[in-house]
Design a protein around this ligand. Structure first.
Ligand code: FE
Ligand code: CA
Length: 530
């Protein structure tokens, strides 16, 4: 596991601990001899062991596991949420109104003998007793272990990894999406926990807003999600899954969202079937807050229905990953009349007539500058919905208008930008299938040049859309109607994508295999099957 990673020496550990701002005298004392002394918890902190404000600390509050995310070369976000009764009906996880101090620790070893950062963070009822610690002063390209403590309870030990700097030999990422709880087990996450990846990139549909039902594998609550309580219950329900927790424990994640984090096919402030934008904004505000409370993201707590989620990270001079939000500020797709029935699938006459924005003005401007930064060999796009175009009709043309197919002018602008940067590769989710597609300068026009290859990750557990789309989608190179995920590995010379697919999503102990592997060589956007 450790391989090319460098572990901190005692001196570096001490320097890092001081840099991390650990103020307690115990921590400083440990820093002087970090390799020989087990680091004590900061002595000034005492956490009540009985019901402070009704909190029953006799019960383990770490039921939802731990997570890390948004790693940089010197810092990473550490997350947990206190929830001794995780799916209590009021969505408060069994916590009362009182704030609770939570100790966090980061070490280079699993037994926490080489502590490099520690502190105390306050979990408040306002944020559902979630915590987001930005653990700083870390070394690049290094594995760390972290944990949280409240009273006598200590969390699972998570493992995380900072990004490399300089000229890395390799960077590896898993790409995941679409994990409806009721339609399959998380065998994919059990396997992903064992992979050696630097980052897990989640492209959305982490939850679904539909009623959970009442089967053996049903998430709470059994109603459409509309309120903060509803969305909190849904995240807590999903996050109780041991295999999902294992993948969070094993790797740092970078997450964006798609539609089902709020509602099916929502776009901007409008939810299909409900033309009142104030309802859409209220729903977004509840959903975004619950998403933030449950994910290890380096983002401010959302205030209302706005949260800028788009962001990028670079791995030395090897790659930059630009992560997009394609729902929050999108214009309405065509053929979705106010008060009328939305045409979400079909061939819409208005499709080509109106210019409309998919990303919103601010994000478009940000993406232009992020792509222009350069200095990297590979530009990977974390793009929730399919860009290259899919014509899913059998006898006539038919498009899913909430994908980029409903936004042809904005799509051509984006593809033209990709044509200007070094080695763009598009990573996509949403469609509930695995695909490899050529992104042409003019989608569906085979005579226009290929600008990039698009790799669509299969769903973790959501129902497959297994229809063969090849008849009217000439840019399709391969379609895999399977569950699983992608691993994407880049070196200075080539990018390799492996389709990791499950034998049976209905079996939590399912086997996994790699039926298809593709490569993109530096300087040539057309992928070849290995
Ligand atoms: Fe989905
Ligand atoms: Ca979706």
């Amino acid at each position: 596991m450790l391989g090319r990673r460098q572990f901190l020496t005692g001196a570096a550990a001490a320097a890092a601990l001081v840099a991390a701002g650990c103020s307690s005298s115990d921590a400083d004392a440990d820093a002087a001899k970090p390799t020989t002394t087990r680091a004590a918890k900061p002595a000034a902190v005492t956490v009540p062991t009985t019901a402070a404000g009704g909190v029953d600390l006799a019960t383990n509050p770490f039921t939802l596991g731990v997570a890390s995310g948004d790693p940089l070369s010197d810092r990473v976000i550490l997350w947990t949420r206190l929830a001794p009764d995780p799916v209590a009906d009021d969505g408060r996880g069994g916590m009362a109104a009182a704030s609770v101090p939570v100790i966090w620790e980061v070490a280079t070893d699993e037994r926490f003998t080489r502590l490099v950062a520690a502190g105390v963070v306050t979990a408040t009822a306002e944020h559902g007793h979630s915590v987001h610690v930005d653990a700083k002063g870390l070394e690049p390209g290094t594995d760390y272990h972290y944990r949280f403590t409240v009273g006598s309870h200590t969390s699972l030990v998570g493992r995380t990894r900072t990004l490399q700097t300089g000229s890395p030999d390799q960077f590896t990422m898993a790409v995941v999406n679409c994990q409806m709880y009721e339609t399959g087990f998380y065998g994919a996450y059990r396997h992903l926990a064992d992979e050696d990846v630097d980052v897990v990139l989640h492209l959305g549909d982490y939850i679904y807003e539909l009623p959970g039902g009442d089967s053996d594998r049903s998430s709470k609550p059994n109603r459409f999600l509309t309120t903060l309580t509803d969305y909190r219950l849904r995240y807590a329900s999903y996050k109780l899954d041991a295999d999902l927790q294992a993948s969070h424990v094993a790797h740092p994640w970078v997450l964006t969202w798609d539609d089902h984090e709020v509602a099916n096919n929502y776009m901007g402030d409008t939810i299909p079937g409900d033309p009142d934008a104030s309802h859409g904004r209220a729903r977004k505000a509840a959903a975004y807050k619950a998403w933030w409370e449950h994910q290890p993201v380096r983002l401010p707590a959302p205030d209302g229905s706005n949260l800028a989620v788009y962001r990028a990270f670079a791995v030395g001079d090897l790659t930059r990953v630009h992560v997009l939000d394609e729902r929050q500020d999108a214009d309405q797709p065509p053929c979705r009349p106010a008060g009328g029935t939305a045409l979400d699938y079909g061939d819409c006459d208005a499709r080509l007539d109106e210019d409309r924005s998919r990303l919103g003005t601010d994000q478009e401007r940000w993406l232009t500058s992020s792509l222009a930064e350069g200095g990297v060999t590979w530009n990977l796009l974390g793009n929730p919905v399919v860009l290259a175009g899919v014509n899913a009709g059998k006898d006539t043309d038919a498009y899913y208008l909430d994908t980029w197919d409903g936004f042809p002018q904005a799509r051509e602008r984006l593809i033209a930008q990709l044509a200007d940067v070094d080695n763009p590769v598009v990573l996509t989710g949403d469609y509930h299938a695995g695909m490899v597609l050529d992104v042409h300068a003019k989608p569906f026009e085979q005579s226009s040049k290929v600008v990039a290859t698009e790799f669509m990750s299969p769903p973790i557990s959501s129902l497959l859309f297994p229809d063969d789309i090849s008849a009217r989608t000439p840019q399709l190179r391969e379609q895999l109607n399977e569950h699983g995920y992608l691993t994407v590995s880049v070196t200075p010379e080539e990018l390799t994508v492996a389709f990791r697919v499950l034998a049976d999503v209905g079996d939590p102990k399912t086997a996994i295999s790699t039926p298809s592997t593709w490569k993109v060589a530096k300087g040539n956007p057309v992928a070849t099957k290995a």
